[in-house]
Design a binder for this molecule. Structure first.
Ligand code: FMN
Ligand code: SF4
Length: 518
């Protein structure tokens, strides 16, 4: 009987050597004349264990990792095909603590199935949500999404059902679903993992959104830095079209819906929804003033749903299992699960999907295992380059939109980047201003000019030029940017800057004083 061997084709795993491991297995399989089928699955998200190879045995799947090409021969000698003992043997993936502690709803299949096998997708619960959707009235689909409590996972946390309702009620000859796959936040990779590891769940979520709102066309706007994800999505769309999941009659229903993949040109601001729409229309990626809302006048002036990948990929399970099932996870107004991406200087980096409500300390210390360098954690930046730096004193903050906002932070796309005690927070604050200056679309003055003045003023603080006065000036500038910017790039850059100043005041003494103290 053919043995199935799973070697991730996820680009994170490839960066860690998965392609070399796959090539080594192919060589050994040929020279030993073994009957093995290699499946390039997605990653389950424990990057500290990648490349993690799994073999299907009579006792279920057994994992080994992290595997190097040079381990392949000895692993086969040790009886890997039967789940044999070896120093790299991790046992059943479900029993590995990093996976066992998760609640996988959106990522249930990621790393488990063959990403481009529609049969495998269906065998693991895929298309159940869409089958329900084609037999449900649009208003009831929208009501289910609203009742589930799902909020946008792209950053702003806006209720998905309310956005869909606006588009559903808009009267127009064409409507669109736009999936935001620009994933520009530092330390984030959840969107990429879904596209590479379970692309059909995104297609299914988009098709449900189309049926619910009356949109017949969807676009996935993917950043150019994700070549593997682009390829996976293009192939998945072609397969879905051929199987009748997409096309003029979705699953044989009277609903038409098709998807097109578009590649961005590489600007952080093109992740902002109106800038993204301009880019999709072939224009420069400049932010549009709101109103009009994209839900009413979006792509090509038509009513448009713009949703993040994770928002859309969470919809199939909601339709399949019901609003109450999803809403039962979480805390406060943050319902369901959130794929937390743990990155930076951390021992156990990876994707951890859990119900809202875990504290930042649990995530960093228990799940992440502290820093990779072994030094004390100094700060954690949550929510990408516009997110605040949290000191250890705030590690009791639960992962919840409102709890983070109450502490002048944001969850954003749920990326967290860990820093040890060697981090220079003045340099980080300067980096935030510099990033804003480089990425600003230039439309409004507080962001375009303010960020450059911010870099100059922080440089004066470091040089010891009237440090107190200049630090007061930075605070003033941050207020102007926060309240005077047109979009969140200029409006949220003050979060990393001010949190660094507030929580790490010692780092803002002039360089000469800091060196004298060392
Ligand atoms: C500067 C900037 C960059 C953004 N980048 C992204 C991004 O890469 N991906 C994303 O989904 N949302 C991003 N957003 C948020 C989007 O504007 C928008 O809120 C989101 O796509 C809506 O989808 P959701 O409701 O499903 O979260 C960004 C916002 C700003 C201001
Ligand atoms: S805040 Fe910055 S990125 Fe946003 S519209 Fe203004 S200039 Fe453009």
């Amino acid at each position: 009987m053919t043995t199935r061997l799973f070697i991730p084709g996820d680009s994170g795993a490839i960066a860690l050597g998965a392609d070399k491991v796959a090539a080594a297995f192919r060589r050994e399989i040929a020279s030993r004349g073994l009957d093995i089928e290699i499946v390039r699955n997605g990653s389950r998200g424990a990057y500290f264990l990648e490349p993690m190879v799994e073999v299907e045995t009579a006792e279920g799947r057994i994992a080994y990792g992290p595997v190097k090409a040079s381990d392949v021969g000895p692993l086969l000698d040790a009886g890997l095909l039967a789940g044999g003992a070896h120093a790299l043997r991790l046992g059943s993936p479900d029993e590995i603590p990093f996976f066992k502690r998760q609640t996988r709803l959106t990522f249930a299949r990621c790393g488990v199935i063959d990403p481009l096998s529609l049969a495998d997708y269906e065998a693991h619960g895929g298309l159940a949500g869409l089958r329900k959707a084609v037999a449900t009235a649009p208003a009831d689909i929208v009501a289910t999404v609203t009742e589930s409590g799902l909020r946008g996972r792209g950053g702003a946390g806006f209720p998905t059902g309310i956005k869909w309702k606006t588009v559903m009620e808009a009267v127009a000859d064409r409507k669109y679903i736009v999936c935001n796959a620009d994933e520009g936040d530092s330390g984030t990779f959840a969107d990429r993992m879904i596209m590479e590891g379970d692309p059909f769940v995104l297609i299914e979520g988009m098709a449900i959104a189309g049926i619910a709102t009356g949109a017949t066309k969807g676009f996935v706007y993917i950043r150019s830095e994700y070549p593997h994800a682009i390829r996976a999505m293009e192939r998945a769309v072609a397969i879905a079209r051929q199987a009748g999941v997409l096309g003029p009659a979705v699953l044989g229903s009277p609903n038409a819906f098709d998807v097109e993949i578009r590649v961005g040109a590489g600007a952080y601001v093109c992740g902002e929804e109106t800038s993204l729409l301009n880019s999709l229309e072939g224009k420069r990626g400049v932010v549009r003033a709101k109103p009009p809302l994209p839900a009413l006048q979006g792509l090509f002036g038509k009513p448009t749903v713009v949703n993040n990948i994770i928002s859309l990929a969470s919809v199939p399970v909601i339709l399949d299992k019901g609003a109450a099932f999803y809403r039962d996870f979480g805390m406060g107004r943050s319902r369901g699960t959130i794929p937390i991406q743990i990155a930076g200087n951390v021992r156990h980096g990876g994707l951890f999907e859990a119900a809202f409500g875990m504290t930042l300390g649990e995530i960093v210390d228990d799940i992440g295992g502290g820093t990779a360098s072994g030094r004390p954690v100094k700060a954690v930046q949550v929510g990408g380059p516009l997110g605040a730096y949290f000191p250890r004193a705030l590690f009791d903050t639960p992962f919840d939109y409102e709890a983070f906002a109450a502490r002048d932070g944001l969850i954003g796309h749920a990326g967290i980047v860990v820093f040890d005690d060697t981090a220079d927070m003045l340099a980080q604050a300067r980096f935030a201003m510099e990033f804003c200056a480089i990425e600003s679309c230039g439309k409004c003055t507080p962001c375009r000019i303010g960020s450059t003045r911010g870099v100059e003023t922080l440089d004066k603080v470091r040089a010891g030029i009237e440090p107190d006065r200049n630090l007061a000036l930075v605070t003033d500038l941050c207020n102007t940017m926060k309240f005077g910017s047109l979009c969140a790039l200029g409006g949220f850059t003050p979060y990393p800057v001010m949190s660094a100043i507030t929580h790490f005041p010692g780092d803002f003494a002039p360089q000469i004083i800091r060196e004298a103290a060392e």
